[in-house]
Structure formats: structure tokens, C-alpha cells
Design a protein around this ligand. Structure first.
Ligand SMILES: Cc1cc2nc3c(=O)[nH]c(=O)nc-3n(C[C@H](O)[C@H](O)[C@H](O)COP(=O)(O)OP(=O)(O)OC[C@H]3O[C@@H](n4cnc5c(N)ncnc54)[C@H](O)[C@@H]3O)c2cc1C
Length: 408
């Protein structure tokens, strides 16, 4: 059986490793449009700051180790489910018995002038290389970043670490609004400002401007901010290019069932390209984070080898490593009851709904995150534990519900 995986990000790697673990015989082929070995985007920052190779979170000979034919720099342009084959950029066909679409996501910049040359992003290693090489060649000393979501914030921190003067524009009244609640975001903002990042909240960019190349950003106020480098960090969008004309159902992301199967026979999908239900709310969305990509890859891989596995749903979960202050945000950031404590510059906030833990945000001190997460996933009534939930030592060394709340 030939399994073809389109994409060499975390989702694709997870599919391949899961299949190989359970099926030593399957023929595995992985294609990536980029000219690199499989890499992990979250580790790109460390790579550019200190030369770490941790973004290549597998050995260079990983494809050989797991017995996979890896083809980099190969773009898939079409999927032809009726013929069970895909089509590559050079027009050549490649047949499959099973196909996994793990094409991830790319920059989404719904802004006038966003297609001008000279606008950078950090959504892929190829895009990031182009940006950082310019900085390292000494050609860029000032930057304007549009967007202060978590990717935008990571870029701002990286550029500051490389000595670039950074203005960051955010149309909302806080940074990382998808991920952080307002109180936690204040701590993140303070860290960014302490690094010298000029963050401008409540400031809307209306266009990138320039003639042959982008030279500035025009704000809704009419003011134009010029800079050596202009960066769009305005969001991400699933890579659906090869789906055109395939009949594979999608809206914002690919539509899948609870086994991550698409509507086309023998085609599954995993990672940032998929719209999947949220584990807590059931709401279907694309939640583009590493743990969801890895878990979806695992579930798709199991189903490919005939181990019937239901996907439990996507999670909201993120941690910020480069701020100089650990921050972790998990689950929802609202509920019918909020528990909060502030101590020594640390902040812990827990969200409950109907006496069940539905989310938490930890600033400065992230102990007990594992136990809080376990409680959230189990969906247990936490009334007997409420007085202890905010304690960083809560449940230390105990990971099971019965150990935390015996008899509950
Ligand atoms: C700078 C940055 C920092 C991040 N930090 C975090 C973090 O701290 N925590 C976290 O949880 N998440 C983080 N993320 C998000 C995380 O990286 C993604 O959720 C994850 O990479 C998704 O994995 P994926 O395999 O679905 O897609 P991707 O990693 O996007 O990989 C997609 C793959 O598909 C290939 N591809 C696309 N189209 C084609 C085509 N037509 N033909 C062939 N190949 C194709 C690409 O070349 C690539 O190999 C970060 C992302 C970025 C960009």
C-alpha cells in the first residue's frame, strides 16, 4: 500500500511516524514544497537567534531511518481523487492508495498592497530565511510589523534580539487577543515594551504603500510609517491550493469526519489545513497550533493502518518562551466563575463553567499546568478542589483525578 503525505510539517511527520510504528511494510512517500528537511516552525526563532538546529527536530537521516521516500522542493498542484493520483508542479502524476493532506497554512493578509514585493512574513522557513538574511546582511535597521498575534510577537522579539528597531501595530486593545485574556496580555505587553518594542494598540493599518516595492504602512489615521522592513503578521490561512477542482469539501479549512477522513475516498487530512471541532465547545474551527497538528497526524496515521481511532477534538493551548517571563494559556478565557491570584508579579487565572475547569492562564509561574490541564480534559466537577486550584503546588506529583480528589 502506497501512502502519500503532502506536507513535511509536524502533522505530516506525525502521520509518517505513526504509520511506520504500526505497519513496517507500507510504502511511505512525503512531499514538501519547501527545499528543506521536515522542520518545526515553533523552533525557528531559536534557530535564528542562536543557530540551534532544534527546528529540525528529527535527525537529518530521519527519512532513511523510518523508511520513507522524501521529496523536498516538490509542489503538489492538483489532487485527482477519481484517478487516485496527485499532480506535481512539473505536470507529472503520482499515484496513491491512501493520501494525507497536511499542507499546513500560510500568511493571510487581507490588506491593500499586501502583494507588493518587499513585504516579509515568518510563516515558513523559506519566508523567514529571506527576512533574517536581510537583517544579518546589515540591510535593515528598522521594522514595522502589522499584527501582534503570537507569531507577530515572536518576530518582534527576534528582531529586537538582532538589534532591529521595531514598531508593532495592533488594531485591537491588547496583544495576542486570540490566546491571552486581557490581564495576562498586560504582562506580555510590559515584557515587550521592556525589550524596546514600540507596541501601538488600537491602531489599524489600512495598506502597505510603495511603488515598485513596499516602503511603508499607511494607518487608518492617514499617517504613514516607513521602515527598512515591513512584515505582515495578520493571520494564517489553510493551504488549499491543490484542492481546486478536486471535489474535496472545505470552507476555511478542509472538512473532515471524526476519523479525519475527507469526503473523498482514501483521503485524510491533518494539521493547520483542517477545520476540526473544539474538544471543549464542539465549535468547528482551524486552530493552528503544534499540539493539534501532532495529535491529528497521530489519529490520521492510526486510521490509515486500520486502527479505528476517533479524534477527540482540537485544543487551545499555547506557551510563550521568548518573552523572558513564562506564560501559558490553555482552553477558554471566559467562564461563569473566574479564580485569580496575583503574587510577586505572577498571575494565575482559572476559568470555570458549571463548576468545571474550562481554561487557565499562568504568568511567571507555570507549575501545576499539567494537573490543571488534566482536570480540564476530564471535565470533572471541581467544587471540592476550588480553594486549592490556584496554588502552584496543587496536585504536585499527582496526575490522576482519583489522586487529586480521592472519593470525589
Ligand atoms: C513563527 C511560528 C511560531 C509558532 N510557534 C508556535 C508555538 O509556540 N506553539 C504552537 O503550538 N504552535 C506554534 N506555531 C504554529 C505551528 O507551527 C503550526 O500549527 C504547525 O506547524 C502546523 O503543522 P502542519 O504540519 O499542519 O503545517 P506546516 O508546519 O505549515 O507544514 C506544512 C507543510 O506542507 C508543505 N506544503 C504546503 N503546500 C504544499 C503543496 N502544495 N505541495 C507540497 N507541499 C506543500 C509545506 O512545505 C510544509 O512542509 C508557530 C508557527 C510559526 C510560523
Amino acid at each position: 500500500m502506497r501512502i502519500v503525505i503532502i506536507g513535511a510539517g509536524p502533522a505530516g511527520v506525525s502521520v509518517a511516524e505513526t504509520v511506520r510504528k504500526h505497519d513496517p511494510q507500507a510504502e511511505l512517500v512525503m512531499l514538501s514544497a519547501e527545499p528543506y528537511p521536515p522542520y518545526s516552525p515553533p523552533a525557528m526563532i531559536d534557530h535564528f537567534v542562536n543557530g540551534s538546529a532544534s527546528h529540525l527536530w528529527r535527525d537529518p537521516d530521519w527519512p532513511v531511518q523510518i523508511g520513507l521516500a522524501y521529496r523536498s522542493g516538490v509542489e503538489v498542484t492538483a489532487i485527482e481523487p477519481d484517478a487516485q493520483r496527485i499532480r506535481l508542479r512539473d505536470g507529472s502524476p503520482l499515484a496513491y492508495d491512501r493520501l494525507v493532506i497536511a499542507t499546513g497554512s500560510r500568511l493571510y493578509a487581507p490588506l491593500e498592497g499586501a502583494d507588493l514585493p518587499g513585504i516579509y512574513n515568518f510563516k515558513s522557513l523559506s519566508a523567514a530565511e529571506a527576512l533574517i538574511q536581510r537583517v544579518k546582511r546589515g540591510e535593515a535597521h528598522t521594522a514595522v510589523i502589522v499584527g501582534a498575534g503570537f507569531i507577530g510577537v515572536e518576530i518582534a522579539l527576534l528582531l529586537r534580539a538582532l538589534g532591529v528597531s521595531v514598531i508593532q501595530i495592533e488594531m485591537l486593545d491588547q496583544v495576542m487577543a486570540n490566546m491571552l485574556d486581557a490581564d495576562t496580555a498586560i504582562h506580555a505587553l510590559a515584557q515587550m515594551q521592556a525589550r524596546g518594542i514600540d507596541v501601538r494598540l488600537n491602531t489599524r493599518a489600512s495598506a502597505f504603500v510603495g511603488h515598485e516595492r513596499a516602503t511603508g504602512v499607511r494607518l487608518a489615521s492617514g499617517e504613514i510609517l516607513d521602515a527598512d522592513i515591513l512584515i505582515a503578521a495578520t493571520g494564517v490561512k489553510p493551504n488549499l491550493g491543490p484542492l481546486e477542482g478536486s471535489g474535496i469539501a472545505h470552507r476555511w479549512g478542509i472538512t473532515v469526519d471524526d476519523h479525519l477522513r475527507t469526503n473523498a475516498p482514501d483521503i485524510l487530512a491533518a494539521g493547520d489545513v483542517v477545520a476540526a471541532p473544539d474538544r471543549l465547545t464542539g465549535e468547528t474551527y482551524v486552530h493552528a497550533i503544534f499540539p493539534n497538528a501532532m495529535e491529528q497526524g497521530r489519529v490520521a496515521g492510526l486510521n490509515l493502518v486500520g486502527i479505528d481511532t476517533v479524534y477527540a477534538g482540537a485544543e487551545r493551548m499555547n506557551s510563550l518562551k521568548h518573552l523572558g517571563l513564562p506564560i501559558m494559556a490553555v482552553g477558554l478565557k471566559e467562564g461563569d466563575e473566574v479564580l485569580q491570584t496575583r503574587r510577586n508579579g505572577h498571575l494565575r487565572t482559572i476559568y470555570l463553567q458549571d463548576n468545571r475547569l474550562v481554561g487557565f492562564q499562568l504568568v511567571g509561574e507555570i507549575r501545576a499546568a499539567g494537573v490543571l490541564h488534566a482536570l480540564m480534559i476530564q471535565g470533572q466537577d471541581v467544587r471540592p478542589l476550588k480553594s486549592r486550584l490556584l496554588d502552584p503546588n496543587f496536585g504536585q506529583g499527582m496526575m490522576t483525578w482519583s489522586a487529586i480528589a480521592p472519593g470525589a
